[in-house]
Design a protein around this ligand. Structure first.
Ligand SMILES: Cc1ncc(COP(=O)(O)O)c(C=O)c1O
Length: 171
């Protein structure tokens, strides 16, 4: 799940953990690397929240938040298994993959912040370190992965720049 302040992810994960048991699910929290306050909080050995300052300059505008939500952080700290900090190009990759599905998969028009979950998975797929990264994230070919797209093309012009023009190319 993508995180800005982590309130959405904390709410969804709290629900899923209660229904399924936190020990039965693995949760990867993903953020833009220019606004990765949850990731940095996860790295903090004391478990306290860490704020991120500066311009928070990312195409994933909905996730451009520098201060974790305290209630969300409590759930994310206790129940999620991995924190990932991503470059913008993975959000762009996710938009292109979702907009150009294989076979009968439905097309999803997703904006930058909504597409980062699929972008991360696609980035893993194309990575030279695919196996090592999948091992680290405890993913294998039998994994069933739930991702949420949380926005459409809220900026249609930028959507076309990314999906048609290839802006923020991966390679
Ligand atoms: C499109 C989109 N997705 C996800 C989120 C993440 O929500 P939160 O800030 O609760 O982590 C936001 C936040 O505004 C958003 O705009």
């Amino acid at each position: 799940m993508q995180a800005g302040v982590g309130a959405m992810a904390g709410g969804v994960l709290g629900f899923l953990a209660e229904k399924l048991g936190a020990e039965n699910i693995k949760t990867i929290i993903v953020e833009p690397n220019q606004a990765d306050c949850i990731y940095r909080s996860g790295l903090n050995a004391q478990g306290d929240m860490v704020n991120v300052g500066g311009d928070l300059d990312t195409i994933m505008v909905g996730l451009a938040c520098g201060e974790p939500n305290p209630l969300g952080w409590e759930v994310l700290r206790n129940c999620s298994t991995h924190f990932v900090s991503c470059e913008d190009k993975l959000g762009a990759l996710g938009m292109r993959v979702l907009g150009n599905p294989m076979a009968d998969d439905p097309r999803v028009v997703s904006g930058e912040s909504g597409a980062i979950g699929v972008g991360l998975l696609a980035g893993l797929y194309y990575s030279e370190d695919q196996q090592a990264l999948m091992d680290k994230l405890e993913l294998d070919s039998d994994s069933v992965v739930l991702v949420f797209s949380t926005e459409g093309d809220t900026d249609p012009s930028h959507y076309r720049d990314v999906v048609w023009q290839g802006k923020y190319a991966s390679a």
